[in-house]
Design a binder for this molecule. Structure first.
Ligand code: NAD
Length: 253
């Protein structure tokens, strides 16, 4: 039931970090991949490694998830290349940290655009195809910051965008269940990637405090999302929809 042979999976932000690691997990289970990323070079390198390591087909698209035209292009080109779309992982995301009173409207918009509007646009474009197919699994990457406020870090736009992803997940799960489409969320805690690298280096204070609030006492590594990604992509999760899975070392427990 965990096999992804004959599957086609789209992963946004698949060139780096958590997306790259989940791409690897899906490829290992046999899925062909479409890597969607702003960073063409990194995506090309990832694709080359994945083809070599797992012998699957990997198609790279340089695209911006918050462009409606790009979202449609991803859906169309994926169907043209592979004939179907089984899995969409909405993983691309950005973070901008500032106190609420100092957050510029432009920063607010930028974060909302990628983290929330991008998830809507990609889900809608790909969801229409999945409705036609009467099958599909959408996996949205939220964050523990969509569930709790991780003080003392100030990131109002990020927190609100990630909370929005959880509501979007539940809404789509309810609306699209009749079409055989499942929609779930993974809410990671602190995972060591480029996105969080600067927080791990910042004099250690912030990260020391986070780790003291994490029952497991350490940050996660990207590979620790691989199991849940394969579970949600595959038929192993055939009765699972509208759910939020925390993978955070116990932070939100
Ligand atoms: P990352 O910065 O290492 O990688 C993100 C990738 O997304 C990059 O390759 C980037 O080029 C791509 N990207 C960014 N904006 C894009 C856009 N508009 N269109 C297409 N691609 C775009 O980040 P990461 O740490 O791997 O995070 C991945 C996801 O996980 C994000 O949604 C993030 O909010 C979420 N998350 C991360 C952590 C963590 O601790 N790292 C924790 C919780 C949630």
């Amino acid at each position: 039931k965990m096999s992804l042979q004959q599957y086609t999976s789209i992963i946004t932000g698949g060139a780096a970090g958590l997306g790259r690691s989940m791409a690897s997990a899906l490829a290992e289970m046999g899925s062909n991949l479409v890597i969607v990323d702003l960073n063409r070079n990194k995506a090309d390198r990832a694709a080359e490694e994945l083809r070599e390591q797992f012998g699957v087909q990997v198609y790279v698209m340089e695209a911006n998830v918050c462009s409606p035209e790009d979202a449609l292009r991803v859906q169309e080109e994926t169907v043209r290349e592979f004939g179907r779309i089984d899995v969409l992982i909405n993983n691309a995301g950005i973070v901008k940290n500032a106190k609420a009173e100092d957050t510029s409207y432009q920063d607010w918009l930028d974060v909302m655009n990628v983290n929330l509007n991008g998830v809507f646009l990609m889900s809608q474009a790909v969801g229409r195809e999945m409705i036609r197919q009467r099958k599909g699994s959408i996996i949205n990457i939220s964050s523990m910051s969509g569930i709790i406020v991780n003080t003392p870090q100030c990131q109002i736009a990020y927190n609100v965008s990630k909370a929005g992803v959880i509501s979007l997940t539940k809404t789509l799960a309810a609306e699209w269940a009749p079409y055989g489409i499942r929609v779930n969320t993974i809410a990671p805690g602190y995972m060591k990637t480029e996105l969080t690298e600067k927080f791990f280096l910042e004099g250690g204070q912030l990260i020391d405090r986070w780790m003291s609030m994490t029952p497991m006492g350490r940050p996660g590594v990207p590979d620790e999302l691989q199991g849940i990604a394969v579970y949600l992509a595959s038929e192993a999760s055939s009765y699972t929809t509208g759910s939020v899975f925390s993978v955070d070392g116990g932070y939100t427990a």
